[in-house]
Write a protein that binds this ligand. Structure first.
Ligand code: PEP
Ligand code: MN
Length: 271
């Protein structure tokens, strides 16, 4: 059983609302975070940012430091990528979500990020969690790809123990024996997280699916199970993307999805 304290419902009954810029997660609204997996160029991020904003996304996502399975894959533009994200923010007004991969670069990332992402591979990087706990920025804590709910909540506990209560949990699919998707999206965890914790929890159907065609139905399902928002990868030229192109929605697909999500969320709210 869970012995998490600070993140548990027993410790705090009311929902925690997390502000990312002026966007609130956990207050019953359904903010969508969208953007490409990685920052590749100024033109690429600005074009995608304008499209997702027009479609109704409220936060822009993109990685400047990328945790790649292969050291030969594109590792991200680093500081230059962060500067391009600053430009996106300046031009569109969208707050920025971007990943901090290690303690070493945390100071730099938090200068540019409104929401600092801790990725699935780092969910139990305890020194990174402690550093995030000392940050003034909101933190997006992705579930480890093989983590139980209790391990995930304990990771959030590390952050909160250092004084940072602004944590958004993110389910992004767990390791699976199936071959038809990259991971299996654990939608059953959402209601249980909400019961056990006061923290908002969002869903990333893109990394769960791994293939574009599955992202739309999973995003709709995540909305229907009353998650507190979504994170979705969108690319203007996915065939040429330097990372996760196969799972990235085309901008038009994303815009159509936003319409569906709004309808589903309106029904859910009527409960
Ligand atoms: C990402 O958001 O691009 C990412 C690498 O996510 P995850 O840590 O869930 O694999
Ligand atoms: Mn990605």
């Amino acid at each position: 059983m869970s012995i998490a304290k600070l993140v548990s419902r027993e410790f705090k009954i009311e929902n925690t609302c997390v502000k990312v810029g002026n966007v609130v997660f956990g207050d019953g609204n359904f903010p969508v975070i969208a953007g490409p997996c990685a920052v590749e160029s100024e033109k690429q991020v600005l074009s995608i940012a304008h499209s997702v904003k027009n479609a109704g996304a409220q936060v822009f996502r993109s990685g400047a430091f990328k945790p790649r399975t292969s050291p030969y894959s594109f590792q991200g533009l680093g500081k230059q990528g962060l500067k391009l994200l600053a430009k996106v923010k300046q031009e569109t007004g969208l707050p920025i979500a971007t990943e901090a991969m290690d303690v070493e670069n945390f100071d730099l990332v938090e200068e540019y990020a409104d929401l600092v992402q801790i990725g699935t591979r780092n969910m139990q990087n305890f020194s990174l969690l402690r550093r995030a706990g000392k940050s003034k920025r909101a933190v997006l804590l992705k579930r480890g790809m093989s983590a139980t709910l209790q391990e995930w909540l304990m990771a959030a506990e590390y952050i909160m123990q250092e004084g940072n209560e602004n944590i958004i949990l993110c389910e992004r699919g767990i390791r699976t024996f199936v071959r038809h998707s990259r991971n299996t999206l654990d939608l059953s965890v959402i209601s249980v997280v909400k019961k056990q914790s006061h923290l908002p929890v969002i869903v990333d159907p893109s990394h769960a699916a791994g293939v574009r065609d599955q992202v739309v139905p999973l995003a709709c399902a995540a909305t229907a199970v009353n998650a507190d928002g979504l994170m979705i990868e969108v690319h203007n030229n996915p065939e040429q993307a330097l990372s996760d192109g196969l799972q990235s929605l085309y901008p038009e697909q994303f815009a159509a999805l936003m319409g569906k999500i709004n309808s589903i969320h309106a029904v859910i709210q009527e409960d």
